[in-house]
Design a protein around this ligand. Structure first.
Ligand code: FES
Length: 105
């Protein structure tokens, strides 16, 4: 199965991709050439360069950061918000079909 994911860039431009279940959304952003999502550490929770803001309508479904992710979110370049997540920790699946993420400016 695929989940349709949309990234909204700081300038309002949108990039969308169909992402296979089980793929984390940092890797998905890299495959879709989304600028601003770097994923320097490869998804092992040590860089915070995969920071995104989850669209308000989706925050319940993506859930909250906990543990190491929560701590790493204090080290992002762009300001942390309530909607902040590290996208390598969000995994595509049926519940996230239609998800909208905002790329920090
Ligand atoms: Fe490094 Fe997500 S890719 S923390």
């Amino acid at each position: 199965m695929m989940a349709h994911i949309t990234w909204i860039l700081p300038d309002g431009r949108q990039i969308a991709a169909d992402v296979a279940d089980g793929v984390n959304l940092m890797n998905a952003a890299a495959m879709a050439n989304v600028p601003g999502i770097i994923g320097e550490c490869g998804g092992c929770l040590s860089c915070a360069t995969c920071h995104v803001y989850v669209d308000e309508a989706w925050q319940e479904k993506t859930g909250e950061a906990d543990g190491t992710e929560d701590a790493m979110l204090d080290a992002t370049d762009a300001p942390r918000r309530d909607s902040s997540r590290l996208s390598c920790q969000i995994v595509a699946g049926p519940a996230l079909d239609g998800l909208v993420l905002h790329v920090p400016g």
